[in-house]
Write a protein of this length. Structure first.
Length: 469
């Protein structure tokens, strides 16, 4: 708040309202209100009392005419808080964003300088001669002393925990004598860190985080966050939900027995892990905490050879496998060496079942469990049976050209031509039989010619087909 020079009025900001109240000190009643439009943090009067400067939660400083409450101007400043004004009314000092002081030229309401100070800068006051600006910093428990001649920090004075001040101090008034005790070069408490607890050795399987071990972290007289960095393969957490390679623990000066959980990461590859957790905070002696050696063991990956079949006298099909147990989004492409798939069956082997063996896969992060498959060789391959006619009239009877025994010939080509040699149907494999149409329209009744071509050396089939009513 701010008090007029004659003491007749008090201007009171409202942190969670939209108005500033003006109190008449003679009647102790609210005389009027100024509309702010958002919460307000602080208010200061110009030296002649004609203007009121109000820092708002809407990232502005508003300037009012104190005579009639009219809004004269607006100064845009990010997160303004405490304010003070020079004795000549030419400069306004505003704490901004919690760690800066903005210097405003009130001749044209422009920002002429920015001074970085400690975090959570709150109150600020000018010396009687205006040559020094004193700024409270809650984090760090300091008072920054700024030269107003060149807007630079001259020194920082360490004070008690969580200092806070707002407004200008009264000077030049008559009053009783006050005695002060000044300690020259006082003993400043030294920040310290302490870790307690016995950690257990950790182990896990690749792809699965280990169960955590933990320590207890304490600190005193801290002026900054405590930073922790884990060695490779380890992660840390304060809640057992969110784990990180590095932590930054907030501190308001003291930390009392905060549990830090440590685990082996699920992404740590197979091997032995050790090293030190590094713990530090400004001004405190850093700590190095040695972890017991941890181990990550291979995960089990099952490789199943896929069973398949062929007809006697045909080439063996391509042998394939499926995998059960990949972790961390990995696939067969992440193996150092893919598995070998083999069978004793040859092209002319007799009919029967032949084992498909799987082996020789290589990976540092997996142990392999193999399951064999079967290649079944069928004795006689049925001949394709090609109908000589069909009637695609929609009566549900013989509406499609159904060719039997082409199911296994997925790479054969089936083509149909009209009398002029124009192709009116073509299919790779024959899973969907022809319905007697060309470009979506029924072809005329009559005789057409087909050609079925195989890729395994079998003789081509050809002949005629008649479309009936």
């Amino acid at each position: 708040m701010s008090i007029s020079r004659d003491g007749s009025k008090i201007f009171v900001p409202n942190a969670y309202g939209n108005d500033l109240h003006v109190i008449n000190t003679s009647t102790n009643t609210i005389e009027t209100t100024f509309s702010i439009g958002s919460g307000s943090n602080a208010a200061v009067l110009s030296p002649d009392g004609s203007k009121l400067y109000v820092s708002t939660r809407n990232q502005t400083v508003l300037i009012f005419d104190t005579a009639n409450g009219a809004l004269l101007s607006t100064i845009n400043i990010s997160y303004p808080n405490g304010m003070t004004i020079s004795a000549d009314g030419k400069r306004l000092y505003v704490t901004s964003q919690g760690d800066k002081v903005m210097v405003v030229n009130l001749d044209n309401n422009s920002i002429t300088a920015t001074v970085a100070v400690n975090q959570y800068a709150e109150g600020l006051s000018l010396s009687k001669d205006g040559g020094r600006l004193y700024v409270i910093g809650q984090v760090g428990s300091t008072v920054s002393v700024i030269s107003t001649a060149n807007n630079t920090i001259i020194s920082r004075i360490r004070v008690g925990s969580n200092p806070y001040s707002m407004g200008d101090f009264v000077s030049g008034c008559n009053g009783g004598t006050i005695s002060f005790k000044i300690t020259v070069n006082p003993t400043i408490p030294v920040p310290s860190l302490l870790v307690e607890g016995s950690m257990t050795a950790l182990s896990t399987t690749y792809g699965t985080p280990s169960e955590p071990t933990s320590i207890s972290l304490s600190g005193s007289n801290l002026s900054s966050n405590v930073k922790l960095k884990a060695p490779k393969g380890f992660q840390m957490s304060t809640d057992q939900l969110n784990y990180f390679d590095e932590l930054s623990v907030p501190s308001s000066g003291e930390i009392n027995g905060l549990r830090i959980f440590i685990r082996l990461s699920g992404k740590a590859t197979v091997g032995k892990y050790n090293g030190d957790i590094l713990i530090s905070s400004d001004g405190a002696t850093s700590l190095s905490l040695q972890l017991p050696e941890g181990s990550v063991f291979p995960a089990i990956l099952t490789i199943v050879a896929s069973s398949t079949s062929k007809y006697q006298g045909r080439e063996n099909p391509v042998l394939t496998a499926r995998y059960v147990g990949f972790v961390n989004g990995e696939t067969a492409a992440d193996l150092i060496t893919p598995p070998w798939l083999s069978t004793s069956a040859l092209m002319d082997s007799p009919a029967g079942d032949y084992v498909i063996s799987v082996s020789h896969a290589v990976s540092t992060n997996y142990e392999f469990f193999y399951i064999s498959g079967l290649l079944s060789i069928l004795a006689v391959e049925p001949v394709a049976l090609v109908p000589s006619s069909f009637s695609p009239n929609g009566d549900g009877i013989n509406d499609y050209w159904l060719i039997k025994n082409l199911e296994t010939h997925t790479d054969c080509t089936v083509q149909v031509f009209n009398r002029n040699g124009n192709k009116i149907f073509s299919s790779l494999g024959y899973l969907a039989p022809w319905n007697g149409t060309f470009n979506g329209k029924p072809v005329p009744i009559g005789t057409y010619f087909y050609k079925i071509t195989f890729t395994d050396g079998r003789a081509r089939l050809s002949g005629s087909i008649t479309i009936l009513m």
